[in-house]
Ligand binder design. Structure first.
Ligand SMILES: [Zn+2]
Length: 308
């Protein structure tokens, strides 16, 4: 059944748990007693980015439809097979990254069909989209939020981003990710939130995510939740650096740390230990996330530096 019809058929002031899209996506729909916006929240698009998943599940159990204005559509974990197979981001079935295949294909592989499902069935229901991520298994990260660069939705998206606790707000120009396709192509405002990394999931990260979700719903006028605003740093340009060869990575930077243009970020050696390539910062700025661990591979992300 179409998502829109699922929601229409629900009485106000109710909650529904169901499994949609080829019987594989758990979703909680909460229809509030009062009218208001419809927000779509997704977690687990990348299966090894954990904190958003339990935070969203906990939030869904706590929201009282009686106290809610509008509708929450919460997809607790998009990559369920990857979760149980401990993949970092990819769907085991086709080896693809859902956040790189939007708008997808109706007759494509599993990730392409899921993207197509979101574009055709889920996004049209949404007034706002919140996509929960973390750094990957080897990707230390400072909490940050991506907002869409598209002018028609930027202001509305930033208004919600600024309610959250994550300090750094980064522009997204992408059109192939879930939130970014919806915002930059379909003109639906939204944010992509990043917190946690390296396959870890301490309670404080889960709690911080839940706090941020309550702040977002409050900023959207959907729940009554008082909070004090935090300081934010609005970034307008991010420098993405990649590895140019395979080797062992000797990292000299930290997420959240400042680097001067031209300073050493780290060195790649070969497997015998001989230096192959020393990397220098292409810009001055704050390291949002970078390669942790020791494996460098051609084309892999070395660091994302917020230019400032
Ligand atoms: Zn992610």
């Amino acid at each position: 059944m179409l998502m829109e019809k699922q929601i229409e058929e629900m009485p106000e002031d109710t909650r529904k748990q169901l499994t949609v899209f080829e019987d594989r996506l758990p979703v909680t729909i909460i229809r509030g007693k009062q009218k208001g916006k419809t927000v779509v929240i997704t977690a687990g698009m990348h299966s090894g980015e954990y904190p958003g998943i339990p935070a969203l599940i906990a939030l869904c159990q706590k929201i009282d439809p009686d106290q809610l204005c509008g509708t929450v559509i919460a997809f607790h974990c998009l990559n369920v097979t990857g979760l149980y197979e401990h993949t970092d981001a990819l769907f085991p079935e086709d080896g693809k990254n859902l956040n790189r295949v939007f708008p997808g294909k109706a007759d494509g592989t599993i990730t392409e069909r899921m993207a197509d499902f979101f574009v055709k069935e889920v996004c049209p229901c949404a007034d706002f989209i919140i996509d929960l991520h973390s750094g990957g298994f080897a990707e230390p990260l400072v909490p940050c939020i991506f907002y869409p660069a598209e002018e028609t939705v930027k202001t509305e998206s930033l208004a919600v981003a600024e309610a959250l606790t994550n300090q750094y707000l980064l522009p997204s120009y992408s059109t192939v990710g879930g939130f970014s396709y919806a915002a930059n192509v379909m003109h639906i405002p939204g944010i992509l939130v990043e917190r946690g990394y390296s396959g870890l999931c301490p309670k404080e990260w889960i709690d911080a995510y839940e706090e941020d979700l309550k702040r977002a719903l409050s900023a959207l006028g959907m729940i009554s939740y008082a909070f004090e605003k935090c300081e934010h740093t609005l970034i307008t340009e991010v420098c993405y650096m990649e590895f140019e060869e395979n080797g062992i990575w000797h990292c000299e930077i930290q997420a959240g740390g400042y680097v001067e243009k031209g300073s050493v970020l780290g060195t790649v050696t070969d497997l015998f230990g001989d230096p192959v390539h020393t990397y220098y910062a292409e810009t001055s700025g704050i390291v949002m996330y970078h390669r942790g661990g020791i494996a460098a591979e051609t084309g892999g992300c070395l660091a994302a530096i917020a230019v400032c």
